[in-house]
Structure formats: C-alpha cells, structure tokens
Write a new protein. Structure first.
Length: 124
C-alpha cells in the first residue's frame, strides 16, 4: 500500500469517527449557526439591507446622467435628496420611528426619480 493511500484511508476513518480537523468534521459547531440580530442591531442590519437594495439604482442613475452630460438642477437636487434622506433614514430606522422613516424613504426614492427624469426631460 502506498503512503498516499494510507493517508487517505486514515483521514476518511478519522472523518467517519468524528475526530480529526474541524474542516472535515460532519458535526456543526455553535459558530456554524447564525442567530438573528435583535434590537437596534437588527434594525441597523435591515437598514443596511434596504440601502443595498436602493443604492445600485441610484449609482446607475448618477452614472447615466454623467455619461450623457445631464448636469442640471434636477440631477443635483435628486442626488442631494437621496443622500440626505439616506443619512436621515439610518437613525430613524435604528430607533424605530416608522412614520417619519417611511416619509424619508420616499424622499430618497423621489431623488432617484428626479435623476432618471433628468435623462429624458430637459428642464428649462
């Protein structure tokens, strides 16, 4: 029997018995399971997930406006509204102020819409 075959057989017997290195262990450790975040940490995580859903659209809209050279009041106000609203959104979400938070989220969405509208409408 070759030495590499002996090592393979030995490591497979260790794996079946539950001993050996942690990478080969079939038993999960307590760190393998993620616990849901609760309280402010959970709300901040949900605010981050919400940001990750809206930011790609904002970034694409700003890049498109830049590529077609549409720098006017609509793009500036839209980008400013999105940025300010997203900055305000985080503490409002963290502390659970849901009515104002919804309003602020809509301001950010209107900011994105303003940037997209500036691509198709030439404001005077």
């Amino acid at each position: 029997m070759t030495s590499s075959r002996q090592i393979t057989l030995h490591s497979s017997s260790l794996r079946q018995s539950g001993y050996g290195c942690a990478l080969m262990s079939p038993r999960p450790s307590p760190r393998d399971e993620t616990r849901p975040l609760i309280g402010i940490a959970g709300r901040l995580n949900r605010a981050l997930q919400n940001f990750l859903e809206t930011f790609p659209l904002f970034a694409a809209a700003v890049l498109m406006a830049h590529m077609v050279d549409r720098h006017n009041w609509m793009t500036e106000w839209g980008a400013g509204a999105y940025f300010c609203a997203r900055v305000l959104y985080v503490p409002l979400y963290a502390f659970g102020v849901w009515v104002v938070r919804s309003f602020v989220w809509n301001v950010a969405a209107i900011g994105i819409i303003m940037i997209l509208l500036s691509l198709v409408v030439r404001p005077g």
